[in-house]
Design a protein around this ligand. Structure first.
Ligand SMILES: [Zn+2]
Length: 101
C-alpha cells in the first residue's frame, strides 16, 4: 500500500518536472525565433554596384580624435592601500614590512 502511494507521488513529481522542462524548451525556442538573423542581407550588399558606387564617391569620414585621457585622481595617502601588507596609509613601494609572497 505504502509503496503504491509513494509511486503515485513520484509520478506526480516527475510530471511536474517534465512540464517545467517542456516550458523551458519552448521559451528557449521562441527566444531564438525572436532573434534577428544577422547573416545574409548585409553580406549581399558588398557585391552590389550601388554599394561600391556609394563607397567610392563618399570616402569614409576620418575617425574622431580621441579625447585626452583624464588624469588619474591622486588619492590622499590615508586612502592608499598597500598591496603587500594590506594596510592603509602607504603604498607597496613604501612598505616597511618584508615582502610577503
Ligand atoms: Zn605595506
Amino acid at each position: 500500500m505504502l509503496s503504491s502511494v509513494l509511486g503515485d507521488e513520484a509520478d506526480k513529481t516527475f510530471e511536474k518536472v517534465a512540464k517545467r522542462f517542456k516550458k523551458k524548451e519552448e521559451s528557449a525556442k521562441e527566444k531564438e525565433k525572436a532573434k534577428p538573423k544577422k547573416s545574409g542581407g548585409g553580406y549581399r550588399n558588398f557585391n552590389s554596384q550601388a554599394y561600391w558606387a556609394q563607397r567610392l564617391a563618399m570616402p569614409p569620414p576620418p575617425p574622431p580624435p580621441l579625447p585626452p585621457l583624464p588624469l588619474a585622481p591622486r588619492l590622499p595617502k590615508s586612502q592608499l592601500r598597500c598591496n603587500n601588507c594590506g594596510e592603509f596609509g602607504h603604498f607597496v613601494r613604501e612598505c616597511t614590512k618584508s615582502a610577503m609572497k
